[in-house]
Design a protein around this ligand. Structure first.
Ligand SMILES: Cc1cc2nc3c(=O)[nH]c(=O)nc-3n(C[C@H](O)[C@H](O)[C@H](O)COP(=O)(O)OP(=O)(O)OC[C@H]3O[C@@H](n4cnc5c(N)ncnc54)[C@H](O)[C@@H]3O)c2cc1C
Length: 414
């Protein structure tokens, strides 16, 4: 095929080198400390803002790359540095994507930059979808939003859980049910600004986690939280039209309009999956590189342990899986950027493969380091703890397999 290349261009190589230096000089040295502290690494986010990495402009520009590769390159390098800190830096982009996907032009201009704050005063954003009884099954969401016509406000009630940056963010994007009968089609997104804390939004339990411990994860409680009418993303008119169409479809399923909301939402999620997969690739690469160097220098029985096939073959498998994961991620990223439909769940393929590869590679890295691998003196145990979240959040491995199997079979696998 003419024009096909597997080589990164000059801009991408420059981006990769710059981010790698930041990951090496700033993120890596801070990783163990923030993992132990289990706190948001504000000084590191601040450094990232000063360097121009933690900013809406930076991520918007990375998205522009027509090949689709600048975003996965960014994710891989930052998460090679450390996944907990990496997520603290990129967590806001999830909320920004929620505003960009659903908001009006004015809402995007007002809220997307506000989530990042400024170079000298950084802020965070949070995307709150999950609930105690609505994880994989988002349609069973119980948080409600009721419109108060008298004051032109929405009143939100409910509990969101496992929210990255939940409660410490300046801006929360909250998905709530406005029409329970319509399940997923009756949901809407709201953007809640810094004043929400005086209006009924509070942080609930902060979770102590297995990995990505520098990333803050909390419940978000909405107690009669009053949200101004113009903070419904997309606006009321559009919502009313959408709800009317959904009711029509409910009454008359055969007249279902094309391009349903659930398909659109699915497409948005699919499009973000390569970036999540790229984060897992970053962790896996860190572990593979570390284990390789260790195996070349650690001697037992009078020779480096890498000279045993039992170790060398492990490393061969680790590298093969790592490269395969990156290729799936890059393919899906290219497809997403170039509006190629994911007819076979290619976004999900990249996420499920990369996350399971990261779990496997980090686990093997511990084995190659032996006793050292099991201690907190060496980073591989942290990488193994960090990798595990990738088979769980942003759609579990099982849900990714569901999407792929439905896409390839055309059957509604339950
Ligand atoms: C650290 C962390 C950060 C997070 N950040 C956010 C965030 O910022 N915002 C947000 O909204 N959410 C966030 N989440 C929530 C996350 O997206 C959910 O945990 C995830 O979607 C899974 O939901 P669940 O935990 O309820 O598991 P469940 O849905 O209860 O699933 C439990 C198990 O059952 C399996 N399962 C469920 N349904 C099926 C099925 N139909 N077929 C086969 N297997 C199935 C699952 O794959 C899983 O193995 C975060 C979670 C964590 C742990």
């Amino acid at each position: 095929m003419s024009g096909f290349t597997m080589q990164l261009d000059e801009d991408q190589l420059t981006l990769q080198k710059w981010l790698h230096e930041f990951a090496t000089d700033v993120i890596r040295p801070a990783a163990a400390e923030w993992d132990e502290r289990e706190e948001t690494p504000w000084p590191v986010i601040q450094e990232a803002a000063k360097a121009g990495i933690y900013s809406l402009d930076f991520f918007a520009q990375a998205r522009e790359d027509q090949s689709g590769l600048s975003l996965p390159i960014t994710m891989e390098e930052l998460f090679w540095g450390d996944a907990g800190i990496g997520l603290s830096i990129v967590g806001t982009t999830l909320a920004a994507a929620g505003v960009v996907a659903n908001g009006t032009f004015d809402q995007i201009v007002q809220w997307a930059p506000a989530m990042f704050g400024t170079e000298t005063d950084v802020k965070l954003g949070a995307l709150a979808v999950s609930e105690p009884n609505a994880g994989s099954d988002v349609s069973s969401m119980k948080t409600t939003a009721v419109y108060d016509e008298k004051t032109d406000e929405w009143v939100l009630n409910g509990v969101k859980t496992w929210i990255t940056n939940g409660g410490i963010a300046d801006v929360h994007v909250v998905v709530a049910s406005v029409d329970a009968e319509l399940k997923a089609r009756g949901q809407a997104s709201f953007v809640l600004g810094p004043d929400s804390k005086e209006r009924g939004l509070s942080q609930g339990q902060k979770f102590k986690k297995h990995g990505i411990r520098a990333s803050h994860t909390s419940e978000v409680i909405l107690d009669d939280c009053r949200v101004p009418g113009d903070q419904l993303l997309g606006g009321k008119e559009k919502l009313d039209e959408r709800l009317a169409r959904a009711h029509e479809r409910l009454r008359n399923p055969s007249a279902a309009a094309s391009g349903s909301r659930s398909q659109a939402a699915m497409a948005t999620f699919e499009a973000s999956r390569p970036s999540v997969g790229a984060q897992a690739v970053g962790i896996a690469r860190a572990a593979y590189e570390y284990a390789l160097e260790y195996a070349k220098t650690r001697e037992q029985f009078g020779r480096p342990i890498v000279q045993n096939q039992g170790i060398a073959f492990q490393l061969a498998d680790m590298k093969t899986k790592l490269d395969a994961a990156r290729l799936l991620v890059w393919r899906a990223a290219w497809m997403g950027r170039n509006e190629q439909p994911f007819l076979h769940g290619e976004g999900s393929m990249s996420k499920v493969y990369a996350s399971e590869a990261a779990v496997d590679i980090t686990e093997r890295a511990i084995q190659i380091l032996g006793g050292n691998g099991y201690t907190r003196e060496y980073p591989v145990e942290r990488w193994a703890r960090d990798a595990k979240i990738y088979t769980i959040f942003e759609g579990t491995s099982e849900i990714q397999r569901l999407i792929i199997s439905r896409a390839i079979s055309g059957h509604q696998i339950p």
